[in-house]
Design a protein around this ligand. Sequence first.
Ligand code: DGL
Length: 256
Amino acid sequence: MNMSKAKRAIGIFDSGIGGISVLKEMHRLFPHEDLIYFGDSKFAPYGEKLRSEIMARCTEICEFLISKGVKAIVIACNTATSAAVDMLRERYPNLPIIGMEPALKPAIQQSRSHYVAVMATPFTLSEKKFSDLMKKHQENNTIIKIPCPQLVQIAEHNELDDIAKIHDQLHQYFDEVDQDKLDAVVLGCTHFIFFKKHIQGILKDSVRIIDGNEGTCRHLMDILRERNEINDAETKGSVMIYNSSKEDDILELSYE
Ligand code: DGL
């Protein structure tokens, strides 16, 4: 077994604080792994940026994580995955790089009405990766795309306690959706986990809200297992959090 590699940390990054939900899930499922998180809040949101800008940010962040000696990187951001995962895998061929995409397949499997909504950033929804994913599932299903850039801003601006603003925004997104048919919603952006209970609150109880966090974490561990790079330490792993923003609010939110 490649001991020294197994003991190294896993790097996780996002455009901001959204990927913290992936970090938490990773720590819950695999508590013996050391984790290093990088949030790029100074440059958030990615969802309204150009592909070239997102690629440049992702490269810089990966260089930082690699300088910390990580054994794998999780792109805890659907938007950054759409823009940069192919380029990053080419650039770092020996490093496992796990991306995220909207969990449309599990949502469709769980849907009875075959009427499913996908909430994501405008960038993710307009990318070829997403239209290819949609094409695979479109035949017998109605898939509604809901671009939600405002939710990313609400999270990054620490307005998560502004319930009236959040509900108003969510009503705008869902007013056009056929509530009688809708029975599954995909959270196609890691920032949206913060809004899960509010989204559930404005929809029928029977609507399932699905994210890709657990699937992503398990997928990474399958890859590390194959490579004999699981950390078999008996003590709990460490968690380090970095952010490009030095705002107190962001750092507080990251450690909540
Ligand atoms: N958290 C990111 C995602 O999963 C996007 C947020 C942003 O627009 O920066 O897509």
